[in-house]
Design a protein around this ligand. Sequence first.
Ligand SMILES: NC(=O)c1ccc[n+]([C@@H]2O[C@H](COP(=O)([O-])OP(=O)(O)OC[C@H]3O[C@@H](n4cnc5c(N)ncnc54)[C@H](OP(=O)(O)O)[C@@H]3O)[C@@H](O)[C@H]2O)c1
Length: 293
Amino acid sequence: MTVAIFGAAGQLGRDLVPRMAALDEDVIALTRTDGDFTQPLSIRTFLATQRPRWVINCAAYNFVDRAETEPEAAFAVNAVAVQVLAEACRAMGTKLVHFSTDYVFGRDESRQTPYREDDPPGPVNVYGQSKWRGEQAVLAASVGHLVIRTCGLYGVWGSGGKGRNFVETMLRLAAAGQPLRVVNDQRCSPSYTVDVAETTVELLRRDAEGVFHVTNTGDCTWYEFAVEIFRQAGLEPELTPITSRDYGATARRPAYSVLSTQKLTSIGLPSPRPWPKALAAYLKERGMKSTLT
Ligand SMILES: NC(=O)c1ccc[n+]([C@@H]2O[C@H](COP(=O)([O-])OP(=O)(O)OC[C@H]3O[C@@H](n4cnc5c(N)ncnc54)[C@H](OP(=O)(O)O)[C@@H]3O)[C@@H](O)[C@H]2O)c1
């Protein structure tokens, strides 16, 4: 039997592909060249030919700021193509595993406790709206499909679509000797793609259905994350906390989008390790000594 992975060249896809060996499945790793989500009919044709046992979708339009000015592009990849994929999978009796984001939340400005899977979404930007629409399409097509919401991903392959992840950006700017200003009023749970990939494999092993949150545990602001990156990397750049307003990004971001991982525990899976430990593992994997033991 085979598992087809779309977005296999992205940072999560790259860590997921080798871990499917744990399930004893053959993997078809698909990139944009094999199936372009802006041409969803080609995806349907591909699936009908290959008839995989599982389909995992790591492909996404991830340009959060750019989505504000090109919403059609975001919705085409994150919602329209996902609906085609979900319906094609249902028609073949294939389970779809789809990734989504903490950015489906954020409209509740008073929120200070982690979001559960059954909390009503309320995105504050176009990217979040497109991802929420994608989630809805997946779950409407089949209750057997699985949606995994994650957050603030970083993996050693960098971010395929965006060029670099947050950790790499911080290290690159620090190495260039530039003073850094990092937002300190957006709280979430940055997550290591290795940990998300390993938990995904366990969810597949248990044939989990519906929505699950998979992030490293604990939370921080992006400024607090940067402080810990530099502490572990043994660097001391000039680092200043700023507000989102001062930063002036095009897209609004949630002030709080921490996801609860308790549902994992309810099916006997451990929550992924705390984010500082995951960061240490990442720095070790990419070949930079971490001071965290
Ligand atoms: N990155 C984050 O911080 C974050 C946070 C929360 C949730 N997520 C979700 O987690 C999942 C994986 O994210 P990631 O960080 O691994 O993303 P990524 O590194 O940007 O990878 C996304 C992949 O999607 C592919 N893709 C983009 N447009 C496509 C199209 N039209 N047709 C086919 N493939 C296309 C990209 O291909 P190319 O390499 O050819 O561009 C890339 O390989 C996504 O669902 C994302 O929404 C990410």
